[in-house]
Design a protein around this ligand. Sequence first.
Ligand SMILES: Nc1ncnc2c1ncn2[C@@H]1O[C@H](COP(=O)(O)OP(=O)(O)OP(=O)(O)O)[C@@H](O)[C@H]1O
Length: 234
Amino acid sequence: MATQHSSAPVVCSDVTRRYDGSTGRFGTSGTTVTALDNVSCEITHGSVVGVAGPSGSGKSTLLHLLAGLDTPTAGDIQIYGTSIQTLSSRERTAFRRSHIGMVFQRFHLLPALTAVENVALPLVQAGDSRRKRRDRATELLDAVGLDGRHKHRPGSLSGGEQQRVAIARALAADPAVVIADEPTGELDRETGKQVLDVLTDIATDRAVVIASHDEYTLSRTDRVIKLRDGRRET
Ligand SMILES: Nc1ncnc2c1ncn2[C@@H]1O[C@H](COP(=O)(O)OP(=O)(O)OP(=O)(O)O)[C@@H](O)[C@H]1O
């Protein structure tokens, strides 16, 4: 898998994503949905980019493409010079694990595992030793302000604390790009603010993309990509 370095970690050129009615989430309607239509963007190092737009405008579709979870119907997505659509599904998974961290609205932590075990989990897949995993997870939980909470399971943590565990987990493999889909959607304003403090902090030496409906969340980003009906407005 050849990787060339470019100045912007993520470059998305003329990207279109259509969902064929026969394979879509709504079954065999036969209608094709153009979720993204010819969208281009660059996500630069050291910045937080917001993705905004009404429901159904294509935000999650764009995030999934930027994260390498999906591939475009047309156009090109390069992450550090690698066109992700040229990779096999297995290569894409490996690429994603080492270059991209994901944060979700509903945290997606494993309830039976402690905070430190949740954060260490991606490092099991990376093949790191037990001690290295624990040390890294401990360091990351301290960095997101969760010292003293390492042994707690998600059920005994607040929403904001759970989201900070999820951010620490997203950082486990030290990815260059962190992609967050409505990271404050389940949180009150004050807790959301603390989570955004962490997300803007970690952007100092990586690229962070945040999709949100929330004006305050978007106001914390450096610039906003606005989508409407799958097209880019700004
Ligand atoms: N797997 C799929 N199959 C068929 N259509 C889909 C699929 N995923 C998304 N769509 C459609 O693509 C369009 C864009 O959806 P997307 O989820 O990207 O929007 P969104 O801006 O993230 O919306 P929301 O803010 O409600 O989460 C919508 O019309 C949606 O119904």
